[in-house]
Each structure stands twice: as C-alpha cells, then as structure tokens.
Write a protein that binds this ligand. Structure first.
Ligand SMILES: [Zn+2]
Length: 276
C-alpha cells in the first residue's frame, strides 16, 4: 500500500496523558506522524498540571497557562482536538512521592471506574481505534502517571477500543547512559531508574520518529513554563541539547502492547502484531 487514503484508511488515535508537556516527551513524534498520514489525533489530559514546577506559584493561573501551552503543542503536532478531563494535579512530595497536601479532586484520588467512564465517553464519541496510556510504573513514578495506566486500561475495556499501547521509554539504553554519567558524578543516584519505564524485552513497538524531530521540538518549546528557568527541569535540559544529538536521542518512541507476543518488533502503532 502506498500512503494513506484519507477517506477509507483514516483512523482515530487518542493519546491520554497526565499533564500538559507529558505528550511532548513521550509521544509527540508518533502524534505528528499519524497526523501527517491523515489520521485523526486526539489529545486528552487528566489535569491541567497546575501543580507542576514553574517560576510562578502553583494554582489556577499556572493551570490556565499550561493549558494554553498544551493547545500550542497540539497545533504543532497536528492534533484535531484537545480534551481536559478536569481532575486536579496531584503534585509531588519534595522527595518525589505522593504529596500529603493533595487538593480536592486530585487525579490519584479519583475513583478508577468513574475516571475511566469519562475517558471512555471520549473514546466512544471519537470511535477511537487506538488509545495510548502509560506503563504500570507510571514512567518515573509520578502518582498521576500510574493512574493514567489504570484509568486508561479500564476506559479502553469499557469503550471496546481495540488497540491499547502503553507509552514508555526503553530503560536499557537510559540506564547505560546514566551509568556512564555516574562515572563523572558518583553522587548520582540511579536506583529509581532501575524500576522506571520498561525493560527493552517487553517493548513491542519502536516507532521511528526522526522525520518529525522538528514537530517534537516545537511541542517541547510550546511548554515554556516548564522549560525556562532552573536547569533541573527535564524540558529545560532537553531543549538545550544540540540538534544533531537531539535527533539521535529522540529518534524513537517506545510502546508496549500487552496483547502482542513478547519479542514483537513493530514499527507503527497500527501495525498488526504477529500471531503468537
Ligand atoms: Zn506528567
């Protein structure tokens, strides 16, 4: 088949994320690729990220800023629609765990069945062919990210969405890189990363997105409140990476499809898994 017939082969993919900017780091290249192929790409966030790190105080104003940034990112990626499920950002404790001072309506405290019902309504309305969630570890373990895995999985069951892909990062090259860095910074504690994201052996999809590096970078740049100021912010650091290196590092996005046989090496979100 050559290319995509926009009438008969266009499908709908819903990308479910916890906070504005998560899409930039994990799935932006895949989103830009599917949109360029003529598919309908919908971006859903659980929260407006109003308790994220930023130069301004957490709260409603930050939430509004981050939603505006999300719309700019979605436009750069070619999304057809953005939905906010409207939960409160659970935030993080100073040590990176579950915060004690969570707001009312925090996503982590939401009833999974109720939240899944909200997402399932979007999936049904969109007649979604595909939903992305997160790996069970919630990537680096933010409580809202763990909740995306639970809520997303259940929503797909309710709506009967046929393809569910867990967006993740291949932990193996990440750990290799961090071990290398630790030679120069022995104080670097990499234990948390030993359980973060997914080992390469369970990853079923390696989606090459190097051609969409420009869109991915534009998506990251749209999240200015998370990218300016302190160098410790992930996005701020990533935007400073020189372009050629950036293309190398961000050339692949990884997913786990639980109903695909282990060892599958799929290249496209809609590619059918081998019979296992
Ligand atoms: Zn997040």
């Amino acid at each position: 088949m050559n290319g995509v017939n926009p009438i008969s082969n266009a499908r709908t993919a819903v990308f479910f994320h916890a906070h504005p900017d998560d899409e930039a780091l994990l799935t932006a290249g895949t989103m830009a690729m599917l949109a360029a192929e003529g598919h309908r790409v919908v971006l859903v966030v659980a929260t407006s990220g109003e308790r994220g790190q930023a130069d301004v105080e957490p709260g409603e104003a930050l939430g509004a800023t981050r939603m505006a940034e999300l719309y700019a990112s979605a436009a750069a990626l070619g999304c057809a629609r953005v939905v906010n499920l409207g939960y409160a950002d659970s935030g993080l404790s100073p040590d990176g765990g579950l915060a004690d001072d969570r707001p009312d309506g925090a996503f982590i405290d939401a009833d999974v069945e109720e939240a899944a019902g909200r997402l399932a309504a979007v999936l049904a309305e969109e007649e979604a062919d595909l939903l992305t969630t997160y790996d069970p570890a919630g990537g680096y373990g933010h409580p809202d990210h763990v909740q995306v895995n639970r809520v997303g999985g259940r929503a797909a069951e309710i709506a009967g969405t046929p393809i569910v892909l867990e967006a993740t990062v291949n932990r193996d090259p990440l750990l290799r890189g961090l071990r290398l860095v630790r030679r120069f910074y022995p104080q670097l504690d990499i234990r948390a990363f030993e359980r973060a994201y997914s080992p390469g052996e369970v990853i079923t999809h390696r989606v090459g997105v190097r051609r969409f590096a420009r869109q991915k970078r534009a998506s990251m740049a749209a999240h200015a409140s998370q990218a300016t100021g302190a160098d410790t912010r992930t996005l701020g650091v990533m935007l400073k990476i020189p372009r050629p290196l950036y293309r190398l590092i961000f050339g692949t996005e990884w997913y786990v499809r639980r109903d695909a046989p282990l060892g599958s090496r799929l290249r496209h979100p809609f590619e059918a898994p081998p019979k296992g």
